[in-house]
Design a binder for this molecule. Structure first.
Ligand SMILES: Cc1ncc(COP(=O)(O)O)c(C=O)c1O
Length: 387
């Protein structure tokens, strides 16, 4: 893990005049080779700061699936965030980074029994569920655990739909919480996820309304709930011309929290993309060039099997930037593997590029290196931490 003096801070640098920014990108490649992903500690910390400022009542538990790099985890441990993990391997990663078991929520509603036992061994006692089968497993292998019932909520317009696979129907949730109580578990609260990259704040508003009905019902049934986990979904910008929706989304959430819930309810969230996404810049180089269908094709040294894997798994769309200037033309960019799936973009407006030229993508720290493979023996980008 190198951290050399390439940058003042990455965010400051990316806002600089193009020639000094481009020089720094070239230096980064000279120092570390290409492809390389630079993750800025300052940007990671800034996301935590923004979250806490805009959502003062909500405790963030970073969803490490977005980017489990050990240095990213250590940075968030130092910020005092909690962690959302989906497996024992993720649990061990955050514990190794210095998190305490009490700072962890095991937020996968379907868990192997070995992992449920593993959570108990590690002292992690807060987990989500969304079916009575899962409750029975938790009651047997992690008796007395605190459980959050995950409910299905609208995911309308979110780039990644999560309610297709997870969440109890809200009308069944009360029954499940009562069942948890009868099984000797501690029904502690409710969780939901509005879908990742949620650009419609109405999804949060409706989810909070649904959760508040459950909180009232539970109180009447003598099962008072303490925690509402509002999940992830907080949107980021991928393109320069996109609106930043985080502040307006957070304002709506804060208003609804104040309106619908008692002062003693604790709120947590599981931001993944919002914490890791804006902190990373991926720098690639042109390794091949061809003219096909009367168009320039540029082959880069990273692609959809590598660090751009989010284009497949996360439905991500990225803004590709170049350091070369000049008259633009419609071009195709592709990755380095032998598969035609590895075509990155077909209608990019870019100046004519030459071999060795830099192509870079900002805001790509989430769901990118996390799902990268080394298909064809081609390693994804080296990750370097920068200030
Ligand atoms: C249970 C759970 N929590 C949190 C997240 C993180 O969501 P996001 O990256 O949209 O913040 C996910 C993403 O898939 C998830 O499945």
């Amino acid at each position: 893990m190198q951290e050399k003096g390439t940058f003042a801070t990455l965010p400051a640098l990316m806002k600089k005049a193009s020639n000094s920014r481009d020089r720094a990108l070239r230096r980064l490649v000279q120092e570390h080779g290409s492809p390389v992903m630079a993750i800025s500690r300052a940007a990671l910390k800034n996301q935590v700061r923004r979250f806490r400022t805009q959502l003062p009542r909500v405790q963030p538990f970073y969803a490490i699936k977005a980017n489990p790099h050990p240095e990213v985890l250590k940075t968030f441990v130092a910020c005092g965030t909690g962690f959302d993990v989906a497996s024992i391997a993720e649990m061990d990663a955050v514990l190794a980074a210095g998190a305490k078991p009490t700072q962890i929520v095991y937020a996968n509603t379907i868990k192997p029994v070995e992992s449920i036992r593993g959570a108990v061994e590690r002292g992690v006692g807060l987990m989500t569920f969304d079916s009575e089968y899962e409750l029975a497993k938790i009651a047997e292998h992690a008796p007395g655990s605190r459980v959050l019932a995950r409910i299905k909520v609208p995911n309308i317009g979110s780039v990644v739909e999560l309610s297709l696979k997870f969440g109890a129907d809200p009308s069944d949730a009360m029954e499940l919480l009562i069942k948890a109580h009868r099984l000797g578990l501690k029904p502690t609260g409710v969780s939901f996820h509005v879908g990742s990259q949620c650009t419609q704040r109405e999804n949060y508003i409706q989810a909070l309304e649904l959760a508040s009905i459950l909180f009232r019902d539970a109180r009447l049934k003598q099962i008072p709930l303490d925690i509402l986990d509002i999940g992830g979904g907080f949107p980021i910008r991928h393109f320069d011309n996109e609106e930043d929706l985080f502040d307006s989304t957070s304002r709506a959430i804060t208003q609804e929290i104040e309106r619908l819930f008692d002062q003693n309810v604790r709120f947590m969230a599981e931001p993944g993309r919002f914490f890791a996404g804006p902190a990373a810049t991926l720098v690639m180089r042109v390794i091949g060039k061809a003219i096909r269908e009367n168009k320039h094709w540029y082959y880069l040294d990273d692609g959809v099997y590598g660090t751009l894997s989010g284009m497949i798994f996360d439905h991500a769309k990225y803004q590709f930037k170049v350091t070369r200037t000049g008259r633009t033309q419609l071009s195709t960019i592709a990755g380095p593997t032998c598969d035609s799936l590895d075509i990155i973009a077909r209608g990019e407006e870019m100046p004519e590029l030459e071999l060795g030229d830099i192509v870079y993508v900002e805001n790509c720290g989430a769901y990118s290196s996390a799902s990268a493979t080394s298909f064809n023996g081609l390693a994804p980008a080296k990750i370097v931490m920068v200030p």
